[in-house]
Write a protein that binds this ligand. Structure first.
Ligand SMILES: [Zn+2]
Length: 142
């Protein structure tokens, strides 16, 4: 064992530290090398870089930034989806407002037509009354 692994905390967190199974040389390798076959820098034999246990992987993710770029990618896609959703909701709200406005217009027009119909009934009644008055007055040709 050497004091190598305590040099800088960052390096230790981001790297995998292990001893060469053949010459016992302490080796420090970037976390991305997990599971790879490498040549031992000391005895030159092919050895496999150990794959860290789950709790060590968590440290590597957090401090070593192995998965962080992927996480940031996912978070930014998530943010994109959120802003798209907000835009769609805003469009939906404005469409609903337009629809409400149109419905109000239709209702107003409808009310106006009913008023006109009522006026027409009044006019028709007046004409009927006029005709019967004229008939009473002896004008038979109508
Ligand atoms: Zn070795």
């Amino acid at each position: 064992m050497t004091d190598e692994r305590n040099e800088t905390a960052d390096q230790v967190e981001a790297d995998i530290n292990f001893d060469c199974p053949l010459c016992q040389k302490n080796i420090s390798i970037d976390a991305r090398g997990a599971g790879l076959m490498i040549a031992c820098p000391d005895c030159r034999q092919e050895i496999q870089v150990p794959i860290p246990a789950a709790e060590e992987v968590v440290d590597l993710v957090v401090d070593g930034g192995v998965l962080e770029p992927r996480m940031q990618e996912l978070q930014s896609s998530l943010a994109d989806a959120d802003s798209r959703r907000e835009r769609l909701i805003a469009e939906l709200e404005s469409a609903q407002q337009r629809l409400t406005h149109l419905e109000k217009n239709v209702a107003e027009q409808h009310g106006r037509f009913e008023q006109i119909s009522a006026e027409l009934v009044v006019i028709q009644n007046s004409l009927d009354r006029l005709v019967s008055l004229l008939q009473d007055a002896g004008v038979r040709d109508l």
